[in-house]
Design a protein around this ligand. Sequence first.
Ligand SMILES: *[C@@H]1O[C@H](CO)[C@@H](O)[C@H](O)[C@H]1NC(C)=O
Ligand SMILES: *[C@@H]1O[C@H](CO)[C@@H](O)[C@H](O)[C@H]1NC(C)=O
Ligand SMILES: *[C@@H]1O[C@H](CO)[C@@H](O)[C@H](O)[C@H]1NC(C)=O
Ligand SMILES: *[C@@H]1O[C@H](CO)[C@@H](O)[C@H](O)[C@H]1NC(C)=O
Ligand SMILES: *[C@@H]1O[C@H](CO)[C@@H](O)[C@H](O)[C@H]1NC(C)=O
Length: 435
Amino acid sequence: MGMTYLFLILAVFSVVVKSQLKPQVSMAPTFKQVYSGDTIILSCDNSTGKVKWFFNTTEDQNQANKTWSIGAVSAKNSGSYQCENNGQKSDNFIITVLEYLPPATLSLKSGEPVINIDGSVVLELLVEEKSLFGWCCWVYKGGKVHRIKLKKSLTTNQVLTFQPYKLKDNIAIYWCSDETNLRSTPLTIKTSDRIVLMMILPGPALLGEKLNLRCVVLGTDRISRTIFYKDKQTIKDSSSSSYVIDNVTESDQGKYSCQATYTRSDKGKPNTVNSTQQELIVSAPPMKAVLSESAGLSCSCSSCPNGAFYHWYYKQPDHQWLSKGTHKSYTDVMSAGSYACRAVWKNGRSALSNIHYYDVDTPEINVLLITIGVIILGAVLVIGAIFMYCKRRTGEEAIYQDMPLMTVKSQDGGDGGTRSSTKNMVPRERESTTP
Ligand SMILES: *[C@@H]1O[C@H](CO)[C@@H](O)[C@H](O)[C@H]1NC(C)=O
Ligand SMILES: *[C@@H]1O[C@H](CO)[C@@H](O)[C@H](O)[C@H]1NC(C)=O
Ligand SMILES: *[C@@H]1O[C@H](CO)[C@@H](O)[C@H](O)[C@H]1NC(C)=O
Ligand SMILES: *[C@@H]1O[C@H](CO)[C@@H](O)[C@H](O)[C@H]1NC(C)=O
Ligand SMILES: *[C@@H]1O[C@H](CO)[C@@H](O)[C@H](O)[C@H]1NC(C)=O
């Protein structure tokens, strides 16, 4: 009897203690600094059942779950977060979003952003300055953060390639950091159990960017028909297995899926399979450097912190970006290809600038054309002069006969030959493929 009574007291006591646990907001991945474009998942710890969420003390009516996932944060997400459960409010959880990129880049070296369960990818970590000494990588999956150990011998360079474990979870977020909490961009890999995969990006799509969404069938490229869906509505039905968005806008955000009709061999029976849905998140681009043509090429970033260094990059068609040193202006001899720059400082980087395309073929062709032009012009002038001389001698000069000569002369004086020696094209580059 006494024991039962004691148990009852203990039970009541534990219920009281449990209900008195104050909820607490935590964030995953465990970033020390939040940068523009990061995906964060807020969790209301020590809560049960329905949860209320507050941003800057205003309740967000759309959120009622224990976790609140914010796809790609930007400056407008800076502020204080609180959750409320069983009538108790958590303390404020402050998030300040930095409007630029983290100092290092983590990108996909091989593999795709959407893979099959038990599939894997190869990642590449790159820092702009110093070496990767002291860096390690992390993965957030299944609600937990795991450490990925890197071989010490591999961290002497500025670039490091590694292959994380096979992925069994729906989603994994990878990133790397050093002992002083400098870190890389995060990279999101998703899994699907289907043979048809809707390929989106391993990060947010940036406003104004060109985007190519692909429908992939594992093990074959014999795809005769592809239908793309956005939020379950057909947006494209054709023989092409890609969907191109020329200029990403807010309205492109949504859940994409595709249906492919494919065969395994030339005479095989066609199959039609749907992919799973993948969410495309659209985000405002971070601070961007500006490349302009003056005294060679020059780089600037007015909103970047003072004391930023300017890094230059060069790329031949179908090649990777190569580093071309650190200086305010680029005055070296230029070879044909693409040039770009970015501002780099201790804990951040701007986005890559507009791309300057330098074409050496054009001036050569022009020199040839000008030479031919001059020869033809010379011949015309000589023939014309002889003709005029003969006419004059016969005393039958007509005023309009000067016209062809004047026209030819004005063409000669034009600057068409030198103006197009460099072209300023602005093709958009994905962050994942840039240095
Ligand atoms: C309450 O939250 C803290 C911090 O997130 C956590 O360490 C603890 O395990 C939680 N307790 C319960 C009972 O969920
Ligand atoms: C809350 O959780 C439910 C069940 O898992 C899910 O269907 C719903 O989309 C979630 N709501 C939000 C806003 O994430
Ligand atoms: C939220 O509050 C912070 C801090 O007071 C402020 O800087 C930010 O602009 C606010 N955000 C919005 C969207 O009101
Ligand atoms: C993309 O669209 C926006 C808004 O319609 C426009 O301001 C911008 O100039 C466009 N960008 C490009 C590269 O076409
Ligand atoms: C594929 O998905 C679309 C949109 O949800 C649906 O209309 C269609 O019937 C599905 N096709 C197959 C083969 O399941």
